[in-house]
Design a protein around this ligand. Structure first.
Ligand SMILES: [Fe+2]
Ligand SMILES: [Fe+2]
Length: 130
């Protein structure tokens, strides 16, 4: 779960800085959405940290490496990849939680997974246009 928290903190900062460093008309049209997604990722980090702490773990404060990117395409390609990796990780966590009978953790990650699927869909749709 700490890997999940590290990634959530990473993308939360990554999307917020992409929101700040936007350039050009195409980026203008998505800068507010990036901010919205960044806040969602922060809430994911909080929810996972709460669950981990409840289970007796110590939530990490270190994000995985942040990549802001120079061009809009660079940014969004990386974001789509990060969402894909999060989806893979969360599917594994759901599997393990179910196997161990931890329904609450499984349900939490199912909810988060559906958000990541939405983000992934948003980023990959953008890549068709930029
Ligand atoms: Fe997330
Ligand atoms: Fe996401």
């Amino acid at each position: 779960m700490n890997d999940a928290i590290a990634r959530e903190i990473q993308v939360s900062i990554q999307y917020m800085w992409q929101h700040v460093q936007w350039r050009g008309i195409k980026a203008f049209s998505i800068k507010d959405e990036l901010r919205k997604i960044a806040i969602t990722e922060m809430k994911h980090a909080e929810a996972i940290a709460e669950r981990l702490f409840y289970l007796g773990g110590e939530p990490t404060t270190t994000p995985t490496p942040i990549y802001v990117g120079k061009s809009l395409r660079e940014m969004i390609e990386r974001d789509a990849k990060d969402e894909e990796e999060a989806m893979k990780l969360y599917k594994r966590i759901i599997e393990v939680a179910r196997r161990e009978g931890d329904v609450t953790t499984a349900t939490l990650f199912e909810k988060i997974l559906s958000d990541e699927e939405e983000h992934h869909d948003f980023f990959t749709s953008l890549l068709e246009e930029i």
